[in-house]
Design a protein around this ligand. Structure first.
Ligand code: C2O
Ligand code: CU
Length: 487
């Protein structure tokens, strides 16, 4: 457990330099990777400039031209977490078109296997750390006991193992898993460690939503490649930004689709980048769910902004498109083409877009306590840099509370809480409104400059130690995180 208390945080906090201060533990730890992701580290050692060379014409997420060669979208293999051996280790993977890239991967897959389970199942994942630095596995969105939460205190040392065991006590949702070690989450996620966890339940099954080949997880993120084409990382306090997009670890991806309705389980897996999703044919998304599962009713929406850690459940209707039509999923923020849909097969499938009630969400109400959290600079909450050994506050089990998140600047800060989902009540300042994708249950909410966001939250899963933090992973690593205890 955290024998190597770093001293970097204070420095980062005082100066909030553009590039993280490099001496001491942060870089020392990164150099552990040297032997295994050698070329990635070579790029780091050679200075930060190599990334700029990585983008090729037509690369950059497909900037636009018709000359881009598109690669079939990878679909990570499905796996049952009820008895599973999971390993994090360096791997060489095809990122599209036979181009091999050194990454960090779960069981050799980038992204990791997609876990699928049902409410009521028990997760039993035997994890081994094949990295040369410590890690943990955090089950983002899953309500789990502290010992299974991947808290940075529960580090798994290189070569070590850990058993993540918990019953699934929550409703259907798209959740995910990724490392959460002290100060190294950004690096490990950027280099490839993340996977989806699709949780189903009877309520959702009864809706008969698109499934099988018509339900597709889309892990959207940006990456940086070095000259040799390996994933690389440079820690900037303003947040790591890659220069090309990948969906499911595929560069310039395409997906052949039928004339049918598809259900896309979208996860923003980037360290810091926000995406504004839209379809280039002007078609609308039918939003049916978010972080915490189904919304009460569907919303039709043309553009949707997703920040690191957030998930959206989107239906896209290709039924009326002619075979041969191409539709591009775009990011309006960067102008990147993210994923091309090619309508290749005419089918006729019964059913349509859902109308009416999808699910019921019981509103939380009558908070008995209000807590204020100010996201300060790039490394502090309420003025404090994260201290792994300090408990910042205690929350009584089962008590409904109002939490107010504010920031004076340096946003976006996607605020994420472990141990419970919350319901977003209001946003003032900044964008000043709530968006359709912020209804229902959330575990991550975007705080932009000047904004105050209020949520209602109640911890009724487990007592124990959890964290809340900014999910811009560089902010998290620099200390924009707090420990709290549900008592
Ligand atoms: Cu997705 Cu505490 O993280
Ligand atoms: Cu932040």
């Amino acid at each position: 457990m955290s024998a190597k208390q770093p001293v970097t945080q204070a420095t980062a906090d005082q100066k909030e330099l553009e590039v993280l201060p490099s001496p001491s533990a942060h870089l020392t730890r990164r150099t552990f990777l040297q032997g295994v992701v050698a070329s990635s580290l070579a790029a780091l050692g050679a200075g930060w400039s190599s990334a700029a060379l990585a983008a090729k014409p037509g690369g950059g997420g497909g900037g636009g031209g018709g000359t881009v060669t598109r690669n079939p979208l990878k679909i990570p293999p499905a796996a049952s977490p009820t008895s599973y051996a999971l390993q994090a280790a360096p791997a060489t993977v095809d990122i599209g078109g036979g181009k091999l890239s050194n990454v960090l991967a779960y069981n050799g897959f980038f992204p990791g296997p997609t876990f699928r389970a049902n409410t009521g199942d028990s997760v039993n994942v035997q994890f081994t750390n094949g990295l040369t630095e410590e890690t943990t596995v955090h089950w983002h969105g899953m309500i789990v006991p502290t010992a299974a939460d991947g808290h940075p205190r529960d580090v798994v040392m290189p070569g070590g193992s850990y058993s993540y065991q918990y019953p699934i006590i929550q409703r259907a949702a798209l959740n995910w898993y990724h490392p959460h070690p002290h100060m190294m989450t950004g690096e490990q996620v950027a280099l490839g460690l993340a996977g989806a966890f699709i949780l189903n339940d009877a309520e959702e099954a009864a809706l008969g939503l698109p499934s099988g080949a018509y339900e597709v997880p889309l892990i959207i993120r940006d990456v940086k490649l070095d000259r040799a084409g390996n994933l690389t990382y440079n820690a900037k306090s303003s947040g790591f930004l890659g220069d090309i997009a990948m969906v499911n670890g595929t560069r310039d991806p395409k997906l052949d689709v039928d004339t049918a309705i598809y259900r896309f389980r979208v996860l923003c897996g980037s360290n810091a980048r926000l995406f504004k999703l839209a379809l280039n044919n002007g078609a609308q998304f039918t939003l049916i769910g978010n972080d915490g599962g189904l919304l009460e009713t569907a919303a039709t929406i043309g553009q949707i902004e997703i920040s690191p850690g957030e998930r959206f459940d989107l239906l896209v209707d290709f039924r009326n498109l002619a075979v041969g039509t191409k539709v591009m999923l775009q990011d309006l923020n960067s102008g990147w083409n993210l994923l091309e849909f090619n309508v290749t097969r005419q089918v006729s499938i019964a059913g349509g877009l859902p109308t009416g009630t999808l699910s019921s969400v019981t509103p939380l109400s009558n908070p008995v306590v209000t807590r204020e959290f100010s996201f300060d600079g790039m490394s502090r909450i309420n003025g404090k840099v994260y201290d792994i050994n300090r408990i910042d506050f205690q929350v009584p089990f089962g008590q409904t509370e109002l939490w107010r998140f504010t920031t004076g600047g340096n946003a976006p800060h996607p605020v994420h809480v472990h141990g419970a989902s919350f319901q977003v009540q209001s946003r003032s300042g900044g964008r000043g409104v709530l968006f359709p994708w912020e209804s229902g249950w959330k575990d991550t909410v975007l705080l932009q400059d000047g904004e105050t966001v209020e949520v209602l939250i109640r911890f009724d899963g487990y007592r124990g130690l959890y964290v809340m933090h900014c999910h811009k992973l560089e902010h998290e690593d620099m200390g924009m995180m707090a420990n709290f205890e549900v008592i």
